[in-house]
Write a protein that binds this ligand. Sequence first.
Ligand code: NAI
Length: 481
Amino acid sequence: MENFDVCVLGGGPAGYVGALKSAINGLSVAIIEKDRFGGTCLNRGCIPTKILYSKAKYLSRLKAPERGFIVGEFSFNYGEIIDYKDEVVLTLTGGVEKLLKARKVKIFYGSGRVVGSNDNDFRLGITLNEYSADKNIEETQISAKNIIIATGSSPLMISSFNIDHKSVITSDEALSLREIPESLIIIGGGVIGCEFANIFSEFGSNVKIIELLPSILSTEDVEISRFIRKAFKSRNIDMLNGAEVGSIVPAPANGKGKAAVTLKSGEIFEADKVIVSIGRRLNTSGLGLEDIGIKTNERGRISIDSRNETNIKGAYACGDIIDGPMLAHKASFDGIIAADNIAGINREKNYDVLPRSIYTNPPIGTVGLKEGDDGLSSDYNTGRFSYAANGMALAMEEKEGFLKVLVEENSKKIIGATGVGADVPELIAEIASHMHYGGTIFDIESTIHSHPTLSEIVPESALDSIGEAIHKFNSRAAKKH
Ligand code: NAI
């Protein structure tokens, strides 16, 4: 039986990065993946949605061209956009495979599970599939001194929602529709629901979001969710908040008629397609983890320590299956932490500075604490700067939006930031760097920002927290909290 230093189960952003980092650290590595590399992020998540987002944004510019332009008749071929998306996805997933091969990571295409362990190593069984190069072998076993479990998550299904993957679909199928549905109901106004509402409404669908809580994007800063609600409203996206779905009936199989969503209140809404985006479930069953004693926590996620090691020595877990937000970059970070600890480079993780982005139009970016968070002490000030006062934003005709920073009262350290506006995730990246190094608003001020750039919004909003923003008429020492 072939033996490796590390075997990685799952080739998404946590797993493939963990495998590459382990190989960079000089260890012998195997990776087991049943699909194409890249996991949800590359195949069914971040990247394909951003391609559609980008096309939708282009379309919005054609519909409302910049001043001085007259756009004549135009149309789009959505099927071709989907073809382009598939090509990009193939390029990127193929790129990951090439990277793994270049680092001499041994690839097993198939379903893997842990079939045994002793003090020295883990034994893994693999049912090889059609992607496997060796068509003569269906089943194989390998052993490894360490394992990294990184099997990710899938859309959450509820039986009464009757997801038939045709008219009642998840985000997976929503990315492969070749025609824009005339009417679309989205169940769940979280991150996925809002990103799809943005895309499909731009392409012409009549979109209704049904959200259980009092607002869409309820986990975001209240000003941000209010901003997006207003933007969605202006684009005729209907939002039914505080509404609980009882059941969904798919459209009849003959293709005539619509899917029907019945609320607990008894109201019924119909649409050509219904996307269910109410969260995700963990891909942890059938992996043999319980058999070797790997523990899960009260939320059902795999318990790990600050080094990403489970309660079983040598078994590490990363990505969506452990605590923390289900984000690709957090998953990749987990993979690096696990790989380094396996290689004996002692590293503890910390998610305090974890930026995230939501691609509505305009997009949202956030890092660190936000107002209303439990971990926020009362001694902080806020600074704020509007896109409308930034020269580059006006040059780009992107004057909608703002950036808000949270600053610790005494130390003047940045403890969080959130914003909505063109390219705001890139501005958040700068703030994340300052936060990583424990930077203050004066560190931001001392960092020279190129002019004209949107990045000038960062020092202006930081200095506004002490009333010293240069290009703001009413910049005053912010209210003390
Ligand atoms: P989510 O947790 O963000 O949102 C689900 C929404 O559905 C919540 O607002 C919830 O109140 C609502 N909901 C739950 N049950 C409902 C019901 N029965 N009827 C109506 N509404 C209901 O989950 P989502 O959007 O599925 O995303 C899953 C994960 O993927 C998230 O953890 C997110 O962080 C991640 N993700 C991140 C992206 C990004 O960072 N840009 C993009 C896409 C996903």
